[in-house]
Ligand binder design. Structure first.
Ligand SMILES: Nc1ncnc2c1ncn2[C@@H]1O[C@H](COP(=O)(O)OP(=O)(O)OP(=O)(O)O)[C@@H](O)[C@H]1O
Ligand code: NI
Length: 352
């Protein structure tokens, strides 16, 4: 069975529908990804942002099937048209090795100090592409090094001859050399910290242009998202609350959480502290209806009783917010539903 059965499927690389991922814990399931829907096209870079603990890494790992023991996923997840959740473990592993890649926060573990860089590449390529020629190994390896900004003269060096940052970029090159169709880069900042933002953006664009890879980029750096990503998804408490073209989301955020996130980040770099008030909820017992309503400055009474549907908005974004839907006349709320939310004072016990 070929996963590239028809052209239609080739264009859409990842398709998630009602995807859920949870961790079994003593306190009950932690629903870290809840009913997530999105698609990713070939060569597209999607930024994934949100406060710490919102489920970004869990979504990234869930898409690749790289979850720890005790975690589970359901819903639908198609990769190049193939349903990943019904594949056998063996088929999953085969696809993962070749077509799916992950760039981790600390990607240092896989380097063998006794092997030259060239040998690392040769071994990686031979495992996944049996019978690949020596010339092809060299050509592909040098191409991957170039994309990561490593000079070809270092091809025969040993790992210890590289600086920490360069070693991490080398690890990324070892992922890219297989030309995966889909890569998740989870806070690749340690690898890329030493580079200025402009270089990171160039690498991301080179990566896409050279390999036609689709990339999910998880980061707290909204500057990089604005510059390097085609689209951005904003995650809050396990849900994608807004997704759309990066330029549109940054210029016209539709969900109050997106707006607050942008505001807090911008003022963080200019005036110091300005966090969004409160904290993300415990994901064993998230708030009912809109999960952001307890912290939302725009909350109406409907926000605490009914979950907002994700609706396509005129600017090309999709947001799950009653206020945004009402603003665009996509829903009609009665006076009671649209009344400002009356909040109960948080007791000390609730806050603990
Ligand atoms: N192995 C695990 N077992 C139980 N709960 C977990 C596990 N890993 C993560 N979680 C919980 O799942 C939720 C989502 O975590 P996740 O790491 O996906 O968030 P994140 O958005 O990537 O955060 P950060 O920005 O800090 O990396 C959190 O509440 C976290 O505590
Ligand atoms: Ni994370």
């Amino acid at each position: 069975m070929s996963p590239r059965a028809d052209d239609q499927a080739v264009e859409v690389v990842i398709e998630a529908e009602d995807l859920r991922v949870w961790y079994g814990t003593e306190r009950g399931p932690v629903r870290a990804v809840d009913e997530v829907d999105f698609t990713l096209r070939r060569g597209e870079i999607l930024g994934l942002v949100g406060e710490s603990g919102c489920g970004k890494s869990t979504l990234g790992r869930g898409l690749l099937g790289l979850l720890p023991e005790g975690a589970a996923r359901d819903g639908a997840l198609r990769f190049l048209g193939t349903d990943m959740l019904t594949l056998s473990r063996r088929e999953q592993n085969r696809l993962r090795g070749r077509e799916l890649g992950m760039i981790f926060q600390e990607p240092l573990t896989r380097l063998n100090p006794l092997m030259r860089i060239s040998e690392h590449f040769a071994e990686t390529l031979r495992v996944h592409e049996k019978g690949i020629s020596k010339d092809e190994v060299k050509r592909r390896s040098l191409q991957a090094l170039r994309v990561m900004g490593i000079p070809p003269t270092r091809f025969r060096a040993y790992p210890h001859e590289f600086s920490g940052g360069m070693r991490q970029r080398l690890m990324i090159a070892l992922t890219l050399v297989l030309r995966p169709s889909f890569v998740v880069a989870d806070e690749p900042t340690t690898a890329l910290d030493v580079l200025v933002e402009a270089q990171i953006i160039r690498i991301l664009h080179d990566l896409r242009d050279t390999f036609d890879t689709s990339l999910l980029l998880i980061t707290h750096n909204l500057g990089i998202v604005a510059e390097a990503c085609d689209r951005v998804a904003v995650m809050y408490a396990g849900k994608i609350v807004e997704i759309g073209p990066a330029a549109e989301v940054f210029r016209h955020p539709q969900h109050p959480y997106t707006r607050e996130l942008l505001r807090s980040t911008i003022s963080l770099s200019t005036t110091g502290l300005n966090f969004i008030e409160g904290a993300p909820p415990d994901l064993t017992t998230p708030p009912p209806a809109c999960r952001f309503h307890p912290r939302c400055p725009d909350a109406m009474s409907v926000c605490a009783t009914r979950e907002p549907p994700a609706l396509d908005l005129p600017g090309g974004s999709r947001a799950a917010c009653w206020a945004a839907a009402a603003r665009h006349d996509l829903v009609t709320l009665d006076a009671e539903e649209s009344a400002p939310l009356e909040r109960e004072e948080l007791s000390v016990a609730d806050e603990a």
